[in-house]
Unconditional design. Sequence first.
Length: 216
Amino acid sequence: MRVLVVEDEPILADAIAEWLRREAFAVDVVHRGDLALERLAVNSYDVVVLDRDIPVVHGDEVCRSVTGGETRILMLTAASGVRDRVAGLGLGADDYLPKPFAFVELSARVHALLRRTRPAAPPVLQRAGLRIDPGRREVSRDGQAITLANKEFALLTELVRADGAVVSTEHLLEKVWDEHIDPFTNVVRVTMMKLRRKLGDPPIVETVAGVGYRIR
């Protein structure tokens, strides 16, 4: 659940990023179109929150370069007229949000776009007695509510979404943490230990040596 925020107003960009991080998204931030293209060339993002009027490379050009893959685009702009919205969607944006906006609506739209990046993912995820509601950010096991930190929640969500398949450590680093994470860190292992303690017994997260983790 990784998001790239492209916004040339630093205060607004940081506010958007902080809001989304509270909802367990991994968020990277850039303030120029050329830097957005650089990030998109090396990282895999589920959603790009893209301001249309950004310097160096215009948001329209960034949008055109992204369309066609699995990355979804939520375009932001101060221009809120119907023609502007139609033009933005015509460039390939998946959704359009005029400024000013409510942060709760922004996150709701990001969640909706995230559901489009994965095939037929239900709004509530269930596996091995676990029930995860990403929209409400609620987790329970066998009916018992569990309180998780943001990274623990995101980690568990990725494992449950995999539907029994093994999820590599590299994938978890990419989807749960941002670009500043050290690729040689043991943060996945440490977070996994904390998550397992909170999930309780019997253990349901299996370690596949040299590969990653899975929930059968």
